[in-house]
Write a protein that binds this ligand. Structure first.
Ligand code: HEC
Length: 419
């Protein structure tokens, strides 16, 4: 098998075929894994660092743009056939595109599968894998090209605990998710629907029904299965039956979202603009921007000076007084995806909040609302959760007063028209 693969690689290289990504997925908010059909050039990781993964967040508004995630580190595994990229956190459900020469497309759809041995603490599983679906045969089929998933069936023959989690979207109405496995279904929950705990560990439970009333919002799904209970090879089926419909349907890939995938940020109330936004003094605005009172430049740069916590405001994306006003008065109403605030919970119980950037393969930086950076080791992170609030201070517009805000607007508008 190894030899055949190797020869296939040599042949493909000889005829000059570029390697193709067979499976690409986000292993966690900061890590992308791409499995290739042949070895990549050892120079590829180096050429990707500092570059970007692009995505389209499909926002239906004038400023919809191609957005990007910075690649902070990259390495090859499995004799060059698996590429691992460490990036800034994925802020949206979107189609992400790897840059050339490693091209590949992925979304945040899928299921997180964590497996631990019977006595392992649940928070540090032996292995964590992405599953594209819940139906086990579909999983095996879809991940064929990935070495990370190699021997999955054999791994699940061992005694242990498999925890599957995802966000599941079910079309509106009453529906029942039916799960069936050859393992022992210890626990299962879908939104509010939870399976009764099993009575005794000696009689495994193989099936369970979870009924929910759906309004189209995603439900949190968590399934715990004891594996290796008897000699039957592992298997899992998941189907949905809708009330009033005959027949069960499989769960499609786009109904499943990784459990950590950020949901669209709900727009918070937008402040009504004050009656007059024009007529400010750009020079006074400039002083305010760089001054101690408004402290805009702690987070924003302008003309090459200032911080990089928030977007560069030399030329705001939208040149519109009302937009700038709203960004200052209600910063959370429209958050730039690249500047999403995250809550970062560490294994030791500490919690940070701020804009997250990947620094290198092992470190991230979290910058809080006071523009204070903290360096955190990735392996210390328990959870990384996007928040619906901007780290831009609330109440700035009120604290500064309308005349000062007009000055700031004049400054930001003015500079944008003069390149
Ligand atoms: C603690 C950091 C911080 C401070 C201080 C801060 N901002 Fe922001 N600002 C951000 C972040 C982060 C974003 C992007 C997220 C969002 O849209 O809220 C942002 C977004 C903006 C936007 C929208 C930009 C765009 O392209 O959409 C404007 C305009 C803006 N800020 C102006 C200001 C002004 C003016 C001040 C000073 C009065 C200020 N900010 C102070 C962090 C800050």
């Amino acid at each position: 098998m190894g030899l055949v693969w190797c020869m296939a690689g040599v042949l493909a290289a000889a005829v000059g075929q570029a390697p193709r990504a067979s499976v690409v997925w986000a292993a966690d908010p900061l890590e992308v894994v791409a499995a290739f059909d042949q070895a990549l050039d050892p120079k590829t990781p180096g050429s990707l660092v500092g570059g970007f993964i692009t995505y389209d967040d499909g926002e239906k508004q004038a400023k919809a743009a191609t957005r990007k995630l910075r690649i902070a580190a990259a390495r090859l595994e499995d004799d060059g056939r698996t590429l691992i990229l460490i990036t800034d956190p994925h802020p949206r459900r979107a189609r992400y595109r790897l840059p050339v020469p490693a091209e590949g497309v992925y979304t945040l759809s899928g299921v997180q599968a964590d497996w631990s041995e019977p006595d392992d603490p649940p928070e540090s599983p032996r292995w964590s894998l992405w599953w594209p679906r819940l139906e086990f045969e579909d999983v095996l089929h879809a991940v064929k090209g990935s070495r990370r998933h190699a021997g999955l069936r054999a791994r699940l023959a061992k005694p242990g605990r498999l925890v599957l989690s995802a966000l599941v979207t079910i079309p509106g109405g009453r529906a029942t998710l039916h799960l069936e496995t050859t393992g022992d279904l210890e626990d299962a929950l879908l939104g509010d629907a939870q399976a009764e705990p099993t009575q005794d560990a000696k009689t495994p439970r193989h099936g369970v029904d979870l009924a929910v009333d759906s309004h189209g919002e995603p439900f949190y799904l968590s399934i715990t299965i004891r594996t290796g209970v008897d000699k039957t090879p592992f298997d899992l089926h998941a189907t949905v039956t809708h009330e009033g419909e005959a027949g069960a349907r499989p769960l499609l890939a786009d109904q499943l979202l990784l459990p950590w995938a950020p949901s669209p940020v709900p727009a918070s109330a937008v402040a009504a603009p004050p009656p007059r936004l024009g007529g400010g003094d750009a020079e006074r605005g400039r002083k305010l921007f760089f001054g101690e009172k408004a402290r805009c430049s702690q987070c924003h740069s302008h003309g090459g000076k200032g911080g990089a916590v928030g977007p560069d405001l030399t030329r705001p994306l939208v040149l519109d007084r009302a937009w700038i006003y709203q960004s200052i008065a209600t910063p959370s109403a429209q958050i730039e995806p690249e500047f999403t605030t995250y809550t970062v919970a560490l294994k030791d119980g500490q919690v940070y909040s701020g804009v997250v950037r990947a620094i290198d393969a092992v470190t991230i930086q979290v910058v809080d609302a006071n523009a204070r950076p903290a360096a955190i080791k990735r392996d210390q992170i328990l959870r990384l959760q996007p928040s619906a609030t901007s780290i831009m201070p609330v109440g700035l517009a009120a604290a500064l007063g309308d005349p000062a805000v007009r000055d700031l607007i004049a400054f930001l508008m003015g500079s944008a028209t003069i390149p």
